[in-house]
Design a protein around this ligand. Structure first.
Ligand code: ADP
Ligand code: MG
Length: 605
């Protein structure tokens, strides 16, 4: 957590408490409106914990809200009342009578368990498939509530729930929700999940178990939405299943999207705006008095108005009003986002990687008919720099993709220290010390340079390694000379600097085997020479094995101990740089027979 997190959180809490105090002192309909606002806010914040951080929209969260409203209602309803309203309820529910607090705890735990089961499936789906699955969840739970007549009264009104939600309870829960939402967002979990939102593949390569991160956020978000459900049930006292279906899903999504779902401030702003506009439109809908004239009743004004607001905001600003910035990032831009705690800027003694060997044996990779790799074998020891060269389309990137677990091989095996790691997913290979950069830069574009690098440095369990991670991030930034720009948004940097961020991010995984896919592409001679020195330094300092793909032959020749040449998926030469560059087959592969003499001259310059 950073100082920024706490200041940002403090701001929201101040706002919510102030609003509650003012509304409570005015009382009446203002107070009721604010209670409804707080409940909506909790639901929106809950949805945002999942959707905002993962980038996957959910239509299903009102199912959790519904389950929570009914279950907590049954648990708190007096037994005598249940004898009348729910005469056929099973004994353990008919006889249960919990206080508000216990009922809330039981309900939230139950909903989180349901979410865990559903989430195991949903977290495996990507993008719109996941969204459709959440829609399915909403429809199924709606059906189940109607079907379970004995405990829900089906589609009839469910009544007799004690009205325990007052402004204090609602405000208290809203404060709790907003603190959880922001802390989650700025936590290791939030950072990793947002990295997967920006680039799922790159996140995997940096050791992020995307499914696990999605599942964690899904369960937490269901818990928050469950609190909103409990509060709503105990505010209304009587409700029906309609309250947890499409119309309200739409209203909550509007709040989430209009403010900007990527931020907590966006959820808050959206909730405020949509609540105010709905209140206003509802009055107009019922007919108002304008200079003595009574306007007619206009059914549907509220829905249409909210729909238009969504359209307008999406048209003008697709990321929502606040886009990707929290209020504190807009108003206090200078506040750095670095970790609190002792400064980790004094770089420790070099971390020398453990000895090890990575080995690919007869790897074949076919894309439909095209054989991109044909029985390619290659080994990389720690402390060794191996160049992988070959014409465009010869299979270099494909080999890196297979070895880093991002593409399954068609046949062949790979080993780390002699152990078979064939088919191991990318995030796990990341944990085993395989790290990489990408030919087409794949940074987490909405994040700062420091955050990009942190994604791979941070351990799964934030409390154990937080401080050590800070030191690793500083070391990686310093090594790639990025300390100056560490707070800058990564996607705004120059091409060459973005490539350096890619290397720094890969370094922060503390790799034993580092794959660099065309790190010098787009760099001028000067930048390339600087990169050469930095890469040489990496080996000396960290002792990892480096497998580097690049078209810049002077760089390869000066840097590598050994060079492997691929052509059309075959290894056509392998050996010391001097011997490889004189190999007639290599020269021919590069420019065909005709140009080969000229190339030979250039290569042996
Ligand atoms: P290099 O990195 O050496 O330029 P690649 O490994 O990117 O070459 O590509 C090798 C061959 O495999 C090319 O013919 C390319 O079109 C093909 N290829 C690479 N990735 C895919 C993919 N995901 N689907 C289909 N064909 C692919
Ligand atoms: Mg390539």
């Amino acid at each position: 957590m950073t100082a920024r997190t706490w200041i940002g959180t403090g701001g929201y809490v101040f706002f919510l408490v102030a609003a509650a105090v003012i509304a409570a002192s005015i009382g009446g309909s203002i107070e009721r409106t604010l209670i409804v606002f707080f409940i909506s806010l909790i639901a929106v914040l809950g949805m945002g914990v999942y959707s905002g951080n993962s980038g996957i929209l959910s239509f299903g969260h009102l199912a959790f809200m519904g389950i929570a409203a009914y279950l907590s209602g049954i648990l708190t309803m007096p037994v005598a009342m249940k004898k009348v309203t729910l005469a056929n309820a099973p004994d353990f529910l008919a006889n249960a009578h919990l206080n508000f607090f216990s009922a809330t705890v039981v309900t939230v735990i139950f909903v989180m368990l349901v979410a865990l089961v559903v989430g195991i499936v949903i977290s495996r789906l990507d993008g719109s498939s996941a969204t459709i699955a959440t829609l399915g969840l909403l429809v199924i739970v709606h059906g189940v509530i109607i079907g379970a007549r004995d405990i829900t009264r089906g589609s009839q009104s469910f009544f007799g729930v004690p009205r325990w939600t007052d402004i204090t309870v609602a405000a208290g829960c809203a404060v709790l929700a907003i603190v959880i939402a922001r802390l989650f967002k700025d936590s290791v979990f939030g950072l990793k999940l947002r990295a997967s939102r920006d680039d799922q593949l790159a996140a995997g390569a940096m050791g992020v178990n995307v499914r696990m991160q999605r599942l964690i956020s899904w369960v937490i978000s269901a818990g928050l939405v469950a609190i909103a459900g409990v509060l709503l049930g105990h505010f209304l006292g009587a409700f029906s299943v309609k309250k947890f279906y499409f119309v309200d899903t739409f209203a909550l999504l509007a709040m989430l999207i209009v403010g900007g779902m990527a931020t907590v401030s966006g959820a808050l702003a959206g909730a405020v705006l949509i609540t105010l506009v709905s209140e206003l439109l509802r009055r107009i809908e019922g007919g108002i008095d304008v200079f003595g004239f009574q306007t007619p009743t206009l059914f549907g004004t509220t829905q249409i108005g909210i729909g238009l607001i969504i359209l307008l905001v999406m048209y003008k600003k697709a990321g929502g009003l606040l886009d990707r910035l929290e209020w504190d990032e807009i108003l206090l831009p200078r506040l750095a986002g670095r970790q609190t705690g002792p400064a980790a800027s004094v770089v420790e003694a070099p971390v020398v990687a453990l000895e090890g060997t990575l080995e690919a044996r007869e790897i074949t990779k076919a894309f439909d008919g095209l054989v991109a790799l044909d029985k390619v074998s290659l080994s990389l020891k720690s402390g060794e720099i191996v160049g992988l060269i070959g014409p465009n389309g010869s299979g270099k990137t494909t080999l890196l993709n297979v070895l880093s677990g991002m593409l399954p091989e068609t046949s062949g095996k790979s080993f780390i220290d002699g152990a078979d790691v064939t088919g191991t997913p990318a995030y796990r290979l990341g944990g085993m010390g395989v790290s990489r950069t990408f030919q087409n830069i794949r940074l987490f574009s909405s994040m700062s340079v420091r955050q990009n690098v942190s994604v791979s440095a941070l351990d799964k369990w934030p409390l154990t390694k937080g401080r050590a991670a800070g030191a690793i991030v500083d070391l990686a930034l310093q090594t790639m000379k990025l300390t100056e720009v560490s707070e800058v948004q990564a996607s705004t940097l120059s091409y060459g600097d973005q490539r350096r961020v890619e290397v720094a991010r890969a370094l922060a995984l503390n790799p034993r085997f580092l794959f660099l896919d065309e790190p010098a592409a787009g760099m001028n001679r000067e930048e390339t020479d600087a990169l050469l020195e930095d890469l040489k330094g990496l080996r000396e300092r960290f002792g990892m094995g480096i497998l580097i793909v690049d078209h810049d032959l002077p760089l390869i020749m000066k840097l590598c101990d050994r060079v492997v040449v691929l052509n059309e998926g075959h290894v056509i030469a392998e050996g010391a740089p001097q011997s490889v560059q004189k190999d007639p087959q290599v020269i021919e592969a590069y420019l065909g027979k005709k140009g080969s003499r000229q190339v030979a001259e250039i290569l042996t310059e």
